[in-house]
Design a protein. Structure first.
Length: 85
């Protein structure tokens, strides 16, 4: 295992680390290791948001949407506001 020394850490940051470590029943050193693991080792998502949404709903049967042509004319509104009032 390598050793890492951090210098010039702001007191407020050190206090926040101390409080977070205490809340998680860890030493400050272990808390810092866990934070580094969470941030640096998490997998980056390469899929777009649409693909991620589709994947989430696949388990419940998915959603089938009708194909819509971009050249179709717009539909007329269902209601018209009465501007005379």
């Amino acid at each position: 295992m390598a050793t890492l020394t951090l210098r010039n850490v702001e007191e407020s940051l050190k206090a926040s680390l101390r409080m977070r470590a205490a809340a998680n029943s860890r030493s400050m050193e272990e808390e810092a290791r866990q934070i580094l693991k969470q941030v640096l080792l998490r997998q980056r998502c390469t899929a777009g948001i649409g693909s991620r949404i589709a994947k989430r709903f696949t388990s419940v049967g998915g959603v089938v949407l009708p194909d819509i042509s971009l050249s179709d004319p717009r539909l007329t509104p269902i209601f018209v506001l009465d501007e005379t009032k």
